[in-house]
Write a protein that binds this ligand. Structure first.
Ligand SMILES: NC(=O)c1ccc[n+]([C@@H]2O[C@H](COP(=O)([O-])OP(=O)(O)OC[C@H]3O[C@@H](n4cnc5c(N)ncnc54)[C@H](O)[C@@H]3O)[C@@H](O)[C@H]2O)c1
Ligand SMILES: CCCCCCO
Length: 267
């Protein structure tokens, strides 16, 4: 999608990846940017507003575990911007010791913020269509024993987003969906990992290996997320690993007779 003149909602815009994505998005002459987050960096927000006088930049405090917050934020954004073209879901928690909160934020939060956004974007409901980008993880592509609950939540994000990308839904709503699966990216989410894993490290080797894994910079990850927003097609699942974008060709495992009724047909 060409981002010039578009309205964007970014959930988690003050997070590690979020801040850099916002900075990249603001380079694209977007018309409006709503940042939904639990936290705010007032100085950074003021700087973004000052540096981008032609873009309406504003913050909405949102706890995505609270449906009332989600509803209020989207309502206020629709009133301020009229409509929104792109919604990026970049909120997240990695802490397997907080089981319910992990699922509430990473999965239920993504589902609720998606379905509420659709109320405004769905062409069959008077919307203009658009693009919803859900940030999963490489841990949402294959089981990750180290953080099994996080991996489960992210696998749910990947599956939910692929299901929402069904051509059946797209033909109805005009809202496309893409799944972004970053690999290790140098933000705070990976710090103190041995306090966040499903179980304490069984052996120091796992810990040694984990602390030695080479991650990508946040800047490169953010640039690739924005590139994906501009170029990816509905249903794309993109792994962003070590500065590269890999479009994943996930096979349809369904009965051909059900192909267009149940599963995404990535034709
Ligand atoms: N950093 C990585 O290695 C990596 C890899 C793959 C996927 N991801 C995913 O990318 C996204 C951003 O991660 P990050 O590394 O920038 O982490 P981060 O911790 O810096 O950012 C997380 C963001 O989510 C927000 N958030 C947390 N709980 C919330 C709540 N209840 N309501 C609203 N907002 C809430 C935080 O305020 C923050 O803005 C997450 O979904 C994460 O799972 C990160
Ligand atoms: C091994 C999986 C690393 C996941 C990084 C945070 O999504």
């Amino acid at each position: 999608m060409d981002l010039e003149g578009k309205n964007v909602v970014y959930l988690g815009g003050f997070g590690g990846i979020g801040k850099k994505c916002v900075q990249e998005l603001l380079k694209k002459q977007i018309k409006g940017l709503a940042i939904f987050d639990l936290i705010v960096d007032d100085d950074l927000l003021a700087e973004w507003k000052k540096q981008n006088p032609d873009t309406e930049v504003f913050y909405q405090k949102v706890d995505i575990t609270q449906k009332s917050d989600i509803d209020a934020a989207y309502k206020a954004t629709a009133e301020k911007l009229g409509h929104f073209d792109v919604v990026v879901k970049g909120s997240g928690l990695l802490d397997d010791r907080l089981i319910e909160l992990t699922i509430q934020i990473n999965l239920v939060g993504v589902i609720n913020t998606t379905l509420t956004a659709l109320e405004y974007m769905d062409k069959s409901n008077g919307g203009r269509g658009g693009l919803i980008v859900n940030i999963s993880s490489v841990a949402g592509l294959q089981p990750t024993p180290l953080m099994a609950i996080y991996s489960t939540s992210k696998t749910g994000v990947t599956t939910f987003t692929r299901a929402m990308a069904s051509p059946i839904h797209y033909a109805h709503s005009g809202v496309g969906f893409i799944t972004i699966c970053p690999g290790f990216t140098n933000t705070g989410i990976l710090k103190d990992i041995d306090k966040k894993t499903t179980f304490p490290f069984y052996e120091t080797r796992m810990r040694t290996v984990f602390s030695k894994v080479k991650g990508q910079t946040v800047e490169v990850c953010a640039r690739n997320i924005v590139h994906a927003i501009e170029t990816a097609q509905n249903g794309s699942v993109l792994m962003l690993e070590l500065g590269e974008i890999h479009e994943l060709d996930i096979p349809n495992l369904c009965n051909p007779q059900l192909d267009d009724c149940v599963f995404v047909c990535l034709s």
